[in-house]
Design a protein around this ligand. Structure first.
Ligand code: PAF
Length: 290
């Protein structure tokens, strides 16, 4: 079993001991309810690092009012079993007061094109909460490598920017999305889906594939690619799209024509679950199936 701790001081002791022994440090930040997607991050960290730290913290600052903070799935015993299977060394599972003690008043926020579209306008303050907690985790753990899933594509790009701008001496390692056999991206929020909704949710990836297919057939006009994806998704009555956008894969600026790798990204409600997904078109295919 991994060592489980709630305190910053104990994580730091473990990391310091590993550093003295010449081991590299890997961090996998999570909010728990671990699934195959998280496990692929953890396995990669296990392959590449001498000490693997997984943080499990449902970060309140990244939930917008009215979102699912209270009912977000929590399963620490199950998570610890999964961490054990992968050979994680340390699980850092702090209480909110450990991360945000009374009087705490510092935020870390990325600005510019990365936070102009996609999820940002629909979840005001969300990415500020993500960058604030990740900057703290980077300072607490001091990893050489930190692992993030490509399913949360905008989050990944924002964290890369934050780590570069704040000169954190670490590598951000992106890990491909893990999918169910019908293409649905693995997500902790998939547990909210009834069996009917679960079937409907497969339309999200089918739609993204239709956009990819339009590109593969030679379409370069962004509006046409989005239309091809939208047609498939909107044919499924159980899905309510929040956005479907094609953006530059690095800057996340809106594109009119695809001349460089671009990300076709969406958020949609299926029942009460808000799900996100994306595919990168015009780049290497890095999606994999669970
Ligand atoms: O992707 C997540 O699970 C969270 O946004 C993260 C990166 C752990 C920060 O709370």
């Amino acid at each position: 079993m991994p060592l489980v701790t709630k305190t910053i001081s104990e994580v730091r002791e473990q990391v310091a001991a590993a550093r003295r022994a010449g081991r590299t440090i890997g961090l996998v930040p999570t909010m728990g309810a671990l699934h195959e997607g998280h496990l692929s991050l953890m396995r990669r960290a296990r392959e590449e690092c001498g000490l693997v730290v997984v943080s499990i913290f449902v970060n309140p600052t990244q939930f917008v009012a009215g979102e699912d903070l209270e009912r977000y799935p929590r399963d620490l015993p199950g998570d610890l079993r999964r961490c054990d299977e992968v050979g994680v060394d340390v699980v850092f599972a702090p209480e909110a007061e450990e991360m945000y003690p009374p009087g705490d008043s510092t935020w870390v926020e990325v600005t510019g094109t990365l936070v102009e579209g996609m999820c940002a306008p629909h979840r005001p303050g969300h990415f500020r909460g993500v960058t604030t907690v990740c900057a703290r985790l980077f300072n607490i753990v001091g990893p050489d490598r930190a692992y993030f899933g490509e399913k949360d594509y905008q989050q990944l790009k924002i964290i890369e920017r934050m780590a570069a701008d704040l000169k954190f001496p670490l590598a951000i390692v992106p890990i491909p999305t893990v999918r169910e056999p019908d293409g649905l991206a693995m997500s902790s929020r998939n547990v909210y889906l009834s069996s009917e909704e679960r079937k409907a949710a497969a339309a999200l990836h089918r739609g993204l594939r239709a956009g990819e297919e339009a590109f593969a057939q030679g379409e370069r006009n962004a509006a046409e690619i989005v239309r091809a994806a939208r047609r498939v998704i909107e044919a499924e009555p159980g899905v309510r799209l929040q956005y479907l956008e094609l953006r530059d894969a690095e800057t996340l600026e809106a594109v009119e024509r695809v001349a460089r790798p671009a990300v076709l990204a969406l958020a949609a409600f299926v029942g009460r679950a808000r799900l996100i997904d994306n595919v990168v078109i015009g780049g290497a295919d890095r999606q994999c199936r669970g």
